[in-house]
Design a protein around this ligand. Structure first.
Ligand code: ADP
Ligand code: MG
Length: 637
């Protein structure tokens, strides 16, 4: 007898569940996609315990016929594909017929559904893939699916689930995404009976962005409008040479942020291709390429993009969870997206915020060298102008701090091309060939520095017993404040200042969750915040020294840090990251003249810190030009 056996459906479904149902958010995704395919206009989602205990989605869509209700749980049962040709042009979100049987095999599932065509509906119940009952039921038209005890029969999977907060954060972000893609529909998300998202139909995407993110973000966004282009398709590789070329229409809508918005991760990039939420490296690259030279390489914009094209141009059948796609003509799509965004950014060119062109970063945009050449030749305002304007308004863009490049030669120790990490210079210019970042041995010398003055209103020059010192005033102050914030936090004696008018900020659903997680820590760092109605928070006090205009920025930055770090790092790391953010915003800026007394104070305070070598973000604080090297340079030794 042979050894190969056909797996039973129960086993096959569990295997499929391994790919389709990674975590509670994947269940929500499959259910939402089914409801959207069923033409629903209202989606009510209830979640308990991060989705482990309960996920329920009620929709007002087409429902299922009674006979179909059971069939939907057969493997590969779908109403969306008839034959293999349909695979080439999929217009629905689902098509694999895998989701319902997979979910049913790893949970306790109740389906209640009625089609308007029938008088009564069906109630079908499964536990761990086994049918418990299938009854006729009196129901309103539409479908409600209730999933309890996800993974109750797959202990291995259950172990891999993260905290309740993390899982609900994934769900909230997913529902938020879909609500943005369907501004004409109602979305409601509740977790443990608290409302996380509730949006009613609006006429435009702009209004939906407002509902979801609030007005602050809208101010920073540029509307792409509705851009369609007929693109000429390159012939297929195997096509006969006389094959006529053809054009396809591509359409791009949505919003992108100006270069001043710099996110530390890609979480604020929302991509939809033909209405399907996807993660796609090609499109992410196209977006980065559009911002190439407008933003430091490790930063990302906010982007909400809807790309629509002929279904035959995109293969969605690439991955079981349907989150990846493959474009038939990838480079055409890439360039279309990049150029469309680039053009609109250029048209909007905010004079004070765009940094000077930099040498191309190794790696970034390499296959598109032609593009970077074009950018090199563009005319940007100089960095010092940008920094000066920014300093005037008190909003120094971060990239100016991170990458002190100046196109003008008078800034003598202009660094060589920045290193990968944050663009920190690691080499020094011609005049100070041996100036070294401060090392631990030279710490002693810091205590008796004699300040000589300031250059560029940004760097303190001081004579030390061992040579000449150059100190970056911003990062030095940042280090001082960072240690101060942490010390005060540790002793429970944070100094805070009351804001004249409490600041009310709007949070997205995901931010609201992050806020709940870190509210206590925020308060022990000197903020006084409290929830203020739905998805808004009132800020009454802030840590002493933080300019009121910066408070909002710090909070959003901290929420972003929390989102990024909390999933991995310890609370201590998060606390340090928060303190770094506060310190950075409260520190004196560069391009700021300092009184001699202030310079004195700064040097003394820096010498007293436990780590005067580098700022909390890892940048060097001081350079030293040793007396010995000065003597050598003058050929005296
Ligand atoms: P697929 O979406 O790939 O077709 P699913 O397993 O997700 O596969 O769903 C199987 C079928 O069940 C769908 O093709 C559809 O006919 C039906 N169905 C699922 N959810 C709903 C819903 N909310 N409303 C109406 N029909 C649904
Ligand atoms: Mg489906």
């Amino acid at each position: 007898m042979g050894r190969i056996r056909i797996l039973s459906d129960t086993v096959a479904n569990k295997i499929a569940a391994g790919e389709v149902v990674e975590r509670p958010a994947s269940v929500v995704k499959e259910l939402l996609e089914n409801s959207l395919d069923a033409g629903a206009n209202e989606f009510r989602i209830e979640v308990e315990a991060g989705g482990r205990r309960l996920i329920r989605l009620a929709d007002d869509g087409s429902g299922m016929l009674r006979d179909d209700a059971l069939l939907a749980f057969e493997r590969h049962a779908t109403s969306k594909l008839a034959d293999v040709k349909d695979l080439l042009s999929i217009a629905t979100l689902g098509f694999r017929g895998e989701a319902l049987p997979s979910i049913a095999s790893v949970s306790r599932l109740l389906l209640e559904t009625r089609s308007p065509e029938e008088q009564s509906g069906a109630a079908v119940e499964f536990a761990g893939g086994k049918l418990l009952r299938c009854d006729e039921a009196a129901l309103a038209a539409g479908t409600t699916i209730t999933i309890r005890d996800l993974f109750f029969n797959v202990p291995a999977r259950k172990k891999f689930l993260r905290s309740e907060q993390t899982e609900i954060a994934h769900i909230a972000s997913l529902v938020t995404h879909y609500s943005l893609a369907h501004h004409g529909k109602t979305f409601l998300l509740r977790h443990n009976n608290a409302e996380l998202l509730s949006v009613t139909p609006v006429a435009t995407l702009r209004e939906r962005v407002f509902q979801v993110f609030g007005s602050q973000i809208l101010d920073d966004l540029v509307d792409l409008g509705d851009r369609s282009r007929d693109l000429n398709m390159p012939p297929d590789e195997q096509a006969p040479p006389d094959e006529p070329r053809f054009t396809r229409r591509f359409r791009l809508r949505g919003f992108v942020s100006g270069p001043q918005v710099q996110k530390l991760n890609r979480n604020s990039i929302y991509l939809f291709v033909n209405g399907r939420l996807i993660r796609d490296r090609l499109l992410l690259h196209a977006i980065s390429a559009a911002y190439h030279n407008l933003m430091p390489p490790a930063c990302y914009p906010f982007a909400l993009l809807f790309l629509d094209c002929d279904a035959e141009e995109v293969d969605v059948n690439v991955h079981p969870s349907k989150t990846e796609v493959r474009f038939r003509h990838g480079s055409v799509v890439h360039d279309f997206v990049r150029d469309t965004i680039r053009d609109i950014l250029m048209a909007q060119r905010p004079a004070s915020n765009i940094p000077a062109p930099t040498p191309p970063q190794p790696g970034a945009g390499l296959p598109y060298s032609e593009f970077s050449q074009r950018i090199e030749s563009m005319n940007f305002p100089s960095v010092s102008a940008a920094a000066a304007t920014a300093a005037d308004t008190g909003t120094l863009p971060e990239f100016v701090l991170r990458r002190p490049i100046s196109p003008e030669p008078r800034f003598e120790f202009e660094p060589a091309p920045p290193t990968q990490k944050l663009g920190i210079p690691d080499t020094h210019g011609p005049l100070f060939p041996d100036a070294k970042p401060l090392s631990a041995e030279s710490l002693d010398a810091l205590t008796d520095l004699r300040p000589l003055g300031q250059i560029h209103d940004s760097f303190i020059i001081a004579a030390g017993r061992d040579g000449l010192w150059i100190i970056d005033q911003h990062v030095a102050h940042e280090r001082i404040l960072f240690e101060q914030v942490l010390a005060q936090r540790a002793s429970g004696q944070t100094e805070s200042q009351r804001l004249l008018i409490p600041l009310v900020i709007n949070l997205s659903a995901a931010q609201q969750i992050e806020y709940a997680r870190i509210a206590e820590e925020l308060n022990s760092l000197g903020f006084e915040t409290e929830p203020f109605g739905n998805r808004t928070v009132a800020v009454k006090s802030a840590p002493a020294g933080v300019p009121p205009a910066e408070v909002e920025k710090i909070l959003f930055e901290i929420l972003e840090i929390a989102e990024r770090e909390l999933r991995r790092a310890s609370l201590d790391d998060v606390r340090r990251a928060m303190a770094a953010s506060i310190a950075c915003r409260a520190a004196i800026k560069i391009n700021m003249r300092l009184e001699p007394a202030k310079i004195d104070w700064l040097l003394r305070a820096l010498a007293a810190t436990s780590c005067p070598m580098s700022c909390p973000h890892g940048r060097p604080i001081a350079l030293r030009y040793a007396t010995r090297d000065i003597l050598k340079s003058f050929h005296r030794i």
